[in-house]
Design a protein around this ligand. Structure first.
Ligand SMILES: Nc1nc2c(ncn2[C@@H]2O[C@H](COP(=O)(O)OP(=O)(O)O)[C@@H](O)[C@H]2O)c(=O)[nH]1
Ligand SMILES: [Mg+2]
Length: 417
């Protein structure tokens, strides 16, 4: 490549000052060749500046996705329109969607360096996706929004404007302040949302009208000041942000009309309520007891009911001995506990396929050791003249802690294969 071509190439971007210096090698004398070389150097230098300028984004947008391949192109296009004149970058955080959303984003990214995707494997969860997306970006302002076009991207410039003034930490797209609308929700969904909002006030300021919003823009320092205390459980990242950290967030709510989902389906299901409960518990008592342990304990209590029911069915004259009935009941309760924990407590790292069977085996092994420990501890305390009730209860607590700690590591923690 000749210096001339290099100079032209380096100064190609249309929105940067043209610095092309035409040097004709046939007629150029030494001085002009030297000039030509320095022109190249200047052009390359400017291009480097241009690259840096492109890298210096003011706004990062983080979009969590699960099965949104029908929406990412349209959202990206609309963002490009809404954010003209703003230096932005867009990061999709996809949880290995079966519909190949990540691939759809990569195709868009081929044409626009401001776009990229983080593809998480073996993980689920909207909040944790948002957190990881924000941490993968660097602009001073970060917006979080859904991929399904329910959030009105045209609000983003106003959010940015509000934060640029400097006395706010977060601007929230709100359906519940004057001018906001919840759109085409049925009565049931609207009631659930209102109820969830009311409950949230146990951990977030009452003045916040739409804590369930998944559409907001936050100043990076405000995010970083609380990122270590986020629970990152479930769907409600905004509640999490408001309920974490030592300084209250200075916020404004900007009205917008919640639109209908563009393509695809909502991922909201009945488990979301459980996740939300866990988030609130984590915010209220997580400092002392992890929310996952609470979930594990609640499911364990249900397991006791299962155990007793099975035993009551089996321990009948002519059917089974107490010992056999007890052993079968314990096995059934363990299987029950494993599946329900896999569904709820470890929803974000749920085991499937072959890993499910391996997980079940390790869980039953762990719980069998727990059962031996339970009986051993209780027996020991009982022999030391403790009453039978405290002896039995302490045995149960010891086994529960053992089961939780060990299974969280061996059954759900380690990824192999
Ligand atoms: N990365 C990731 N994104 C998710 C997950 N669940 C939902 N989303 C995304 O979060 C956004 C909101 O979800 P959506 O199903 O629209 O919830 P709804 O608006 O409350 O019905 C969408 O962009 C989803 O694709 C998840 O487990 N992981
Ligand atoms: Mg939605």
């Amino acid at each position: 490549m000749t210096p001339l071509q290099t100079a032209e190439l380096a100064s190609t971007p249309t929105d940067w000052p043209a610095t092309t210096m035409k040097v004709d090698p046939a007629t150029a004398d030494t001085a002009s060749i030297v000039d030509g070389v320095s022109a190249v150097a200047i052009a390359v230098g400017l291009a480097a500046d241009a690259d840096r300028a492109v890298l210096a984004r003011e706004l990062s947008i983080v979009v969590p996705t699960f099965n949104e391949s029908g929406n990412v192109a349209e959202l990206t296009r609309r963002l490009g329109e809404a954010l003209r004149g703003i230096a932005w970058e867009l990061v999709y955080v996809d949880d290995d969607s079966p519909d190949d959303t990540a691939e759809a984003v990569r195709r868009l990214a081929q044409h626009d360096a401001r776009i990229r995707v983080i593809q998480r494997i073996g993980r689920r969860g909207l909040s944790s996706a948002c957190v990881e997306g924000v941490l993968a970006t660097s602009a001073p302002y970060v917006a979080v929004m859904d991929a399904d076009l329910q959030h009105d991207e045209r609000l983003l410039p106003a959010m940015l404007q509000a934060l640029r003034q400097g006395d706010l930490d977060i601007a929230i797209g709100s359906r519940y302040v004057d001018g906001g609308q919840i759109g085409e929700w049925d009565e049931q969904r609207a009631t659930i949302s209102r109820l969830a909002t009311r409950v949230s006030h146990a951990v977030v300021p009452a003045a916040l009208k739409d804590p369930m919003s998944g559409f907001f823009m936050i100043r990076r320092e405000a995010f970083m000041a609380r990122v270590h205390s986020l629970s990152a459980l479930g769907f409600k990242i905004l509640v999490d942000l408001f309920a974490s950290g030592t300084q209250p967030l200075r916020f404004v709510e900007l009205p917008y009309a919640f639109r209908a989902r563009h393509a695809g389906q909502s991922k909201l299901d009945s488990h979301v309520a459980w996740d939300y409960g866990m988030l609130l518990i984590d915010k209220l008592i997580g400092r002392w007891i992890p929310a996952r342990f609470v979930s594990f304990g609640l499911i364990g209590s249900a397991g006791v009911v299962v155990h007793m029911s099975v035993l009551a069915l089996l321990f009948k004259p002519g059917l089974t001995s107490f010992q056999l009935g007890q052993a079968i009941a314990a096995g059934v309760a363990m299987v029950f506990n494993f599946f329900v924990n896999n569904l709820l407590t470890y929803r974000d790292q749920r085991l499937r396929g072959a890993r499910l069977l391996r997980g079940l085996a390790s869980f039953m092994l762990v719980c069998s050791v727990g059962a031996v420990a339970n009986v051993g501890v209780a027996q020991f305390l009982f022999s030391r003249d403790q009453g039978w009730v405290p002896a039995a209860l302490i045995g149960i607590v010891v086994a529960a802690v053992w089961n939780f700690a060990t299974s969280s590591f061996y059954t759900w923690g380690r990824r192999s294969g």
